[in-house]
Design a protein around this ligand. Structure first.
Ligand SMILES: NC(=O)c1ccc[n+]([C@@H]2O[C@H](COP(=O)([O-])OP(=O)(O)OC[C@H]3O[C@@H](n4cnc5c(N)ncnc54)[C@H](OP(=O)(O)O)[C@@H]3O)[C@@H](O)[C@H]2O)c1
Length: 266
């Protein structure tokens, strides 16, 4: 006999209303994070911007707030993600002042061209602290907020194509992004066990024109070479993908979006 499917399972499409909810974006002082902050603000979210360069964050806040009736639509906090005590304190302050975080974008990240046979320990430590430890602590703190308030929300890790293959000289950076993949899947499993409606996903970009390459190679010239070899991605291309991921109905969880410039081979 054909099994009867309850009507609600076939027809109900639940969506999450993000307008007025709180989003936290790490590394919002440049590149992909700044573009993401703008897109979240366009969705009507209250956006909390985190990074070390406070002047940059304040300028972005001013830009975002000028179009809003609410002059506190975007708010800046200075934070060095290498200091995990400060992360905990700041997330507690955000909760007290604004309420629960609903969307967390773990975007801040960096790498160094640093071969495993000759690289500097300090470069590796910074990569692992900012790319793995910090997003883990931010995620744990944000999830506490979400769980206490109706148990829904979204964690997004900005990962990399380097979570899927290992470019030469990028062993430690790739290791950090492979780890982020593990954190995404590990959290997804935990949330299933809890029966939570919190979703977790990641976006894995190829070359995007930002300050990343100049930092990675410690050379503006090398960065320029990379970004002019062909049409690379724009930070807005990644922000658009984030909006797609966030605005899916509640029963749709996007795990990882791999996005390369069309011309990128590796
Ligand atoms: N651009 C690419 O081609 C590419 C490709 C794949 C993946 N990604 C990933 O995309 C993400 C964003 O990078 P991006 O390309 O936009 O590079 P970016 O322009 O260099 O931005 C990096 C951001 O991370 C922040 N950050 C770095 N260290 C920090 C720390 N200790 N504490 C707080 N914030 C810190 C920086 O802010 P402050 O310096 O002001 O603190 C900055 O806002 C990274 O996770 C990166 O791995 C980039």
């Amino acid at each position: 006999m054909k099994q009867k499917v309850p009507m609600h399972q076939k027809t109900t499409v639940k969506t999450f209303e993000l307008k007025g909810e709180i989003a936290v974006v790490t590394g919002a002082s440049s590149g992909i994070g700044a573009a993401i902050a703008k897109h979240l603000s366009d969705l009507g979210m209250k956006v909390i911007l985190l990074a070390r360069r406070l002047e940059r964050l304040k300028a972005l806040c001013q830009e975002l707030n000028q179009y809003q009736a609410n002059q506190e639509q975007a708010i800046a906090y200075q934070l060095d993600l290498r200091n995990t005590d400060d992360i905990e304190k700041l997330f507690a302050e955000i909760y007290e002042r604004f309420g629960p975080i609903r969307v967390l974008v773990n975007n801040a990240g960096l790498g160094h061209f640093s071969p495993l046979s000759t690289g500097k320990t300090e470069d590796w430590r910074e990569t692992l602290e900012v790319n793995i430890l910090a997003p883990s602590v931010c995620t744990r703190e944000a999830i506490q907020h979400m769980r206490k308030h109706d148990d829904w929300g979204q964690i997004v890790h900005i990962s990399s194509m380097s979570a899927h293959r290992v470019p030469q000289g990028s062993g430690m950076y790739s290791a950090s992004k492979f780890a982020l993949r593990s954190l995404t899947e590990g959290l997804r499993k935990e949330l299933r066990e809890l029966g939570s409606e919190i979703r977790v996903g990641s976006i894995s970009p190829g070359f995007v024109e930002t300050e990343f390459a100049a930092h990675f190679h410690r050379s503006e010239e090398k960065a320029n070479e990379i970004y002019t070899q062909y049409r690379v991605l724009d930070p807005n291309d990644i922000a658009n993908a984030l909006v797609y991921l966030l605005t899916q109905p509640a029963h749709v969880q996007v795990h990882d979006l791999l996005i390369r410039p069309t011309a990128q081979e590796n």
